[in-house]
Design a protein around this ligand. Structure first.
Ligand code: GDG
Length: 728
């Protein structure tokens, strides 16, 4: 078993400089964390990514780096790579997912290149994949990849993590429909879809529900082949590496140099890739505002601005650079003088030691992205301040703001607010600085990048392990099962009605039990060793009319009513919310004329199976969201069923009603059959050795066995019947 990590960039770069070859291995947080996890769990690590070197260079140098994990480079054609990376990934996805819709430059050829690149990477993974491996896919470059890997290996353990925000539905819907579907289906190929924050997770689940029509239960999406758990996994840093760096000899020397250079002046510091999402222009304007509003700080403060070149081939990045440099020139010209330059700017990266020296010299770190998945700079600044000095100003639009509660938070669009917070932070007492930093450090020490990687990978393993392993009830499995049935002395049979004993019809009243069903139920219940129950979502009048003459128990309205000898309600009182739901649903009947409302005692259902497919689907998504908001704080459950949206009393629950009334522990053989979501509530309870559950039809399930159709259920029940005759 191994971990296959996939990211656009490899943690290794090979550059040819004149005659020499320079190999740099990344010691970034992600690589260190996954490597540490793979060592701890004693599994190998292989890294797949797009090569920034050619094949020959690779062949010549592949044995010349320190091999603590395998590297599998993918060589993409230059033009394809450009269109995949620059044209679609960075000019569409990056812009849109950071809420810059006006920056989106969508082209079909870009999208095609994106799909092609994802396929090439999927082939590479396929060529190295072995059963049992975990595939961990990173970021927006590979949104289609989880599905592609799943197509090759249906039982693979696949994790997907998005490092940037996932936008809300109104922003995401801007993409062309084919791209939206490709992305959502792609991510849903994973067992775990991870995001930095719950906001992002909720945005994703909302898009899946609205666009794909796949509902979730506790952020778990059920699909035919597997389930996908969406969740929040805030990334972090190697805390000790930053904390301990404070005392490194070179860091101390560099820090002394900086301090000497700026003397008594206070230092404001920021470091980012030059990107329009990082709010650099806003930051500069706010700094100017600060100097205007608090002129006493002139000549007493300096703003060290480090910008790292990024995506220079993309027009928007070039434009942004010019805009920033104009601004710096303007502010320095207007505010500075021959003795003092307010903003000291460099457009180059710094090495690790210099970065730490800058972090630990800064009185204030000013981090103001207008949108950021997490922002590691904020966490690094906090971790490196072993001296407990300094203040962190952090945009509330960064994922990190959800965790770093002792930061001074700002709205990056509010220059006046930033100016005031700068003033506050520069004047902050040392005691307050220490108190804030100490609390954040305690948090980061515990929530470091190693914990992040372990949590994510363990969750992927866990979700995969708990995934449906329902076996087909055929062949040997079936014989074994019949044998157990025959040997049992006190059997309990729990049968759902619609979709299990009868096929769905255009209207519910048309789906009545045929003669064969009635005979089978009569025969099965005639045996004194058997106790037969119908567990249905239908109302009691219907069940009484069609099945009332049989010697069987019945549960109606998903558990709301029960009949042993007489019908009795499980729930007391009248549901006050019913009239409101009927009114809402009636509006949908008016605009979707073939749909209809079914009113039950403890629930109301809107059926749209007769409405044009697309129209019905769209209306159902809208109704679902409306009901979710409307029914908030009522004792109801909303079910997004098969062409039906149903609101029911939360106590009308097949699992609970069976548990409290029927599953009394006296049986030595229990079997439940069902086809939809409400039956899963019952299946989840049947975990004992002699308890069996059978899912009818496709879809992920908690059931142990599977039959494909109503016809297969009836044939199987007939076999149970036969075994009774055989017994006699
Ligand atoms: C994406 C998401 C999310 C920067 N300049 C230098 C340098 N850096 C290092 C920092 C930090 C990293 O680069 C930047 O990380 P961020 O998190 O701030 O931002 P993105 O690059 O946009 O990353 C982001 C992240 O993925 C992780 O999931 O947090 O939201 O956009 O580690 O230290 N390092 C050195 N010299 C530099 O000049 N040595």
């Amino acid at each position: 078993m191994k971990i296959i990590t996939v990211s656009y960039r490899l943690p290794l770069s090979i550059k040819k400089q004149k005659q020499k070859v320079k190999i740099t291995q990344s010691s970034g947080g992600l690589a260190t964390a996954i490597l540490s996890y793979s060592e701890k769990s004693n599994v190998n690590l292989t890294w797949v990514g797009v090569a920034d070197f050619d094949k020959t260079t690779w062949e010549e140098n592949k044995d010349r780096y320190e091999k603590n994990f395998e590297i599998e480079p993918v060589f993409l054609d230059k033009q394809l790579n450009r269109q995949f990376y620059n044209v679609f990934s960075n000019s569409v996805l990056w812009a849109l997912f950071h809420y810059f819709p006006s920056f989106v430059e969508y082209t079909d050829y870009g999208f095609e290149a994106y799909k092609a690149a994802n396929e090439i990477v999927a082939e590479k993974i396929n060529s190295i994949y072995e059963p049992g491996d975990i595939v961990w896919i990173h970021d927006y470059h590979f949104l289609g990849l989880p599905k592609l890997v799943r197509e090759y290996h249906p039982d693979a353990k696949i994790g997907f993590f998005l490092h940037i925000p996932f936008p809300n539905f109104e922003i995401f819907r801007i993409l062309p429909n084919k791209a939206k579907k490709y992305i959502l289906e792609g991510i849903l190929g994973s067992n775990v879809a991870g995001f930095h924050t719950w906001d992002n997770t909720i945005h994703f689940t909302e898009c899946v529900e609205k666009i794909m029509g796949i509902p979730h239960k506790n952020f778990l999406f059920s699909q035919d082949s597997h389930r996908t758990k969406a969740g929040s996994f805030p990334i972090s840093i190697d805390f000790n590496k930053f904390y301990d760096a404070f005392d490194k000899e070179r860091v101390i020397a560099l820090r002394d140099e900086i301090k000497e250079l700026y003397g008594d002046k206070k230092i404001i510091f920021s470091v980012d890739r030059l990107d329009y999402t990082k709010g650099i222009t806003n930051r500069l304007n706010a700094f100017e505002k600060f100097l205007q509003k608090y002129p006493e700080w002139k000549e007493k403060v300096v703003f060290l601005l480090v910008l790292v070149p990024s995506r220079e081939e993309i027009k928007k990045y070039g434009e942004r650079k010019r805009m920033i440099e104009l601004n710096i020139g303007r502010i320095n010209g207007n505010m500075g003088n021959y003795k003092w330059t307010p903003i000291v700017y460099q457009y180059q990266s710094v090495d690790f030691d210099k970065l730490i020296a800058l972090y630990t010299s800064a009185d204030v770190a000013l981090i103001s992205p207008v949108r950021d998945g997490m922002n590691l700079v904020a966490k690094e600044y906090v971790a490196s301040r072993k001296d407990l000095r300094g203040a962190l100003i952090l945009s509330s639009m960064a994922g990190a703001a959800k965790e770093l509660k002792e930061a001074i938070t700002i709205n990056p669009f509010d220059a006046e607010m930033i100016a005031d917070k700068l003033y506050y932070s520069l004047n902050m007492e040392e005691e307050e600085q220490a108190r804030r930093l100490e609390r954040m450090q305690r948090y980061l020490q515990k929530h470091d990048v190693f914990r992040w990687a372990s949590r994510f990978l363990e969750e992927t393993e866990d979700i995969h392990k708990r995934d449906s392993k329902a076996k087909a009830l055929h062949g040997e499995e079936r014989d074994l099962f019949l044998q157990k049935f025959e040997n049992a002395e006190k059997r309990l049979l729990l049968l759902d009605f619609d979709g299990t004993l009868v096929n769905l019809q255009a209207r519910p009243e048309m789906a009545v039990p045929g003669q064969d069903v009635l005979e089978t139920l009569a025969h099965l219940s005639a045996d004194t060793k058997n106790e037969v129950w119908i567990v249905s979502g239908r109302n009691r009048e219907f069940l009484q009319e069609h099945l009332g003459h049989l010697n069987i128990g019945m549960i109606a309205e998903h558990g709301g009513y029960i009949k042993n000898t007489e019908w009795e309600p499980v729930i007391t009182g009248t549901p006050e919310w019913k009239e409101q739901v009927i009114d809402i649903m009636q509006d949908y009947v008016d605009t979707n004329v073939e749909s209809f409302v079914e009113v039950k005692e403890f629930g109301v259902a809107w059926h749209y199976r007769n409405v044009d497919e697309k129209q019905g689907f769209n209306a159902s998504r809208e109704l679902l969201m409306l009901l979710k908001n409307y029914m908030h704080n009522t004792p109801t459950q909303i079910i997004d069923g098969n062409k039906v949206i149903e609101v029911k009393h939360y106590m009308a629950h097949k699992g609970t009603t069976c548990k409290n009334n029927v599953l009394c522990g006296e049986h030595d053989f229990v079997i439940a059959f069902g086809d939809d979501k409400t039956d899963e509530d019952l299946f989840e309870l049947l975990t004992g050795e002699n308890e069996y559950s059978v899912k009818v039809g496709k879809g992920n399930t908690a059931a142990r066995y599977r039959l494909e159709s109503v016809e297969e259920v009836l044939a199987f029940l007939k076999e149970l019947e036969k075994s009774l005759e055989f017994e006699k």
